[in-house]
Design a protein around this ligand. Sequence first.
Ligand SMILES: [Zn+2]
Length: 91
Amino acid sequence: MTHLPLFLGQGSAYIRFSGQPPMESKMPQDNSVTITIEEYLEYRSQYIGVCLGCGDTRESCEPDADNYPCESCGESKVQGPDNLLAMGLVE
Ligand SMILES: [Zn+2]
């Protein structure tokens, strides 16, 4: 049903852990997710948001989506690409 050519963790997107011990790497804190400018443009055109809780992406996300529910971790931490840009999470 979905044919997204991009997946966090497989391409140039990655999750940055700031001083977290490896054992807690599965629970990144807020603002630990960064995307590239290329992904920003793709997400924006495809209405994809990024969860700051788990780093996963979801569709049907407006560019300025703020704290949308995440389908992967259940937390309402999905931000639209414009918000990621405003938060300095686009490199
Ligand atoms: Zn999530």
